[in-house]
Design a protein around this ligand. Structure first.
Ligand SMILES: Cc1ncc(COP(=O)(O)O)c(C=O)c1O
Length: 399
């Protein structure tokens, strides 16, 4: 059998800390490795496979579009891109869309739009306030936006124009706002930073402050959007509307596609001021359209709400049973379990051995971000594995 992992070490730039698992096939919430072993997937490509692996609706849309038209450039109109834009606009509070290829690229576009608004309407204001422990992507500008030193330090000096302040504290945002501020950019719930859920009134207070100062509120819904929290978009749960919103991850259920959306008032780009070769090409747009249409037509967010609550209470049950579990937090199907010591890696390996894929979001926390179409049966299976894992890890901890 080919040793793919050895070949990867030989040929690939060594940058991704990978779990030693070579996946060759996926279906629904299951994946199989190159030895044929089956796993229940509670990572879903990092919160991407919203409809699970290779959902027929997505696979058919891709196959059909691949035989029809793949790439034209944005010099021309294409039908899938326009259908996707219409679907997103008609189901959100935003008025216009630009389709791109990834989360970081969506956020770059959002920040460029806010800066352009600042240059035209706010006397050249250009600074964007973001939160500590946020995650906005890996480009240089998004590394500066991401309030985590471990991502920033290797690349100093970073582009100017970002101020990272404490999350969940509107006073910090107020204190950081100057006449150079054009926007505040936040995740409704911080995903990569550890599944950090703010107080219920945080976003509405930030919204009020942005209105008062005439600056923009950008919501990075790359992880929280497209049903992950139990509503199509996370902002719906917090009683606020963003001026700009970014999407990616679950948008194409595995096909790489991102988007930024804005209210009409803020769509100030002149033709040619932003662009992309591949952004919103016919192939990826067809996949995203099929994904979002399915999610809306089948009330997938409603399923997320129900199954998410079931998962949450199951995890709470495990917390009661194992005293080294200190917290369960999250909403919908974006949930984390935190421990009182750094046993995340050990727990992840034990889950893997028993056929469950989870994410170690912090040294002392696991994150559960399964496909949005799972049911209670998959949750029961995951909880049973976790119970065994915590029992064995607990014995180790106590030894
Ligand atoms: C909230 C958020 N924003 C942006 C990104 C970056 O997306 P991408 O990796 O597609 O560039 C991520 C990725 O994890 C994310 O969770």
């Amino acid at each position: 059998m080919t040793d793919w992992q050895e070949l990867e070490r030989k040929y690939f730039i060594q940058i991704s800390p990978r779990t030693p698992l070579t996946l060759v096939r996926g279906e629904g919430a299951r994946v199989w490795d190159d030895s044929g072993k089956e796993y229940l997937d509670f990572i879903a490509g990092w919160a991407v496979n919203s409809l699970g692996h290779c959902h027929p609706v997505v696979a058919d849309a891709v196959a059909e579009q691949a035989r029809t038209l793949i790439q034209t450039s944005n010099q021309y109109y294409t039908v899938p891109q326009i259908k996707l834009a219409q679907l997103l606009v008609e189901n959100s509070c935003l008025d216009k869309v630009y389709v791109c290829n990834s989360g970081a690229e969506a956020n770059e576009g959002a920040v460029k739009l806010a800066r352009r608004y600042g240059s035209l309407k706010l006397n050249g204001a250009y600074e964007v306030i973001t939160a500590m422990n946020s995650f906005h992507g890996r480009t240089l500008a998004m590394t500066a936006a991401t309030g985590q030193e471990k991502f920033q330090k290797p690349y100093n000096p970073l582009p100017v124009g970002f101020r990272n302040v404490a999350f969940n504290d509107v006073e910090e945002i107020k204190a950081a706002t100057t006449d150079q501020t054009c926007a505040v950019m936040l995740e409704p719930i911080q995903g990569e930073g550890g599944v950090n859920v703010p107080d219920d009134n945080y976003l509405s207070e930030v919204r009020r402050w942005c209105d008062q100062k005439g600056i923009l509120l950008i919501l990075d819904e790359i992880q929280t959007g497209i049903g992950r929290l139990g509503t199509l978009f996370g902002y719906e749960q917090y009683g606020v509307e963003p001026d700009i919103m970014t999407l990616a991850k679950g948008l194409g259920s595995g096909v790489p596609v991102g988007a930024f959306m804005a209210k009409d008032k803020f769509c100030v780009f002149a033709p040619g001021e932003h662009g992309s070769t591949f952004g919103g090409n016919a192939l990826t747009s067809a996949a995203a359209y099929a994904t979002v249409k399915y999610i809306i037509d089948h009330d997938v967010p409603g399923n997320v709400k129900k199954v998410g609550q079931y998962l949450f209470s199951g995890l709470e049950g495990l917390k009661k049973k194992y005293r080294f579990v200190t917290e369960v937090r999250g909403r919908g199907l974006l949930v984390a379990m935190e421990f009182d010591s750094d046993i995340g890696a050990v727990a992840l390996t034990a889950c893997l051995e028993r056929g469950l894929l989870v994410n170690r979001v912090k040294p002392n926390a696991l994150r559960f971000i399964p496909p949005l179409v799972i049911g209670n049966k998959e949750v029961d299976e995951a909880l049973a594995i976790l119970d065994k894992v915590l029992s064995s890890v607990g014995k180790e901890v106590e030894r």
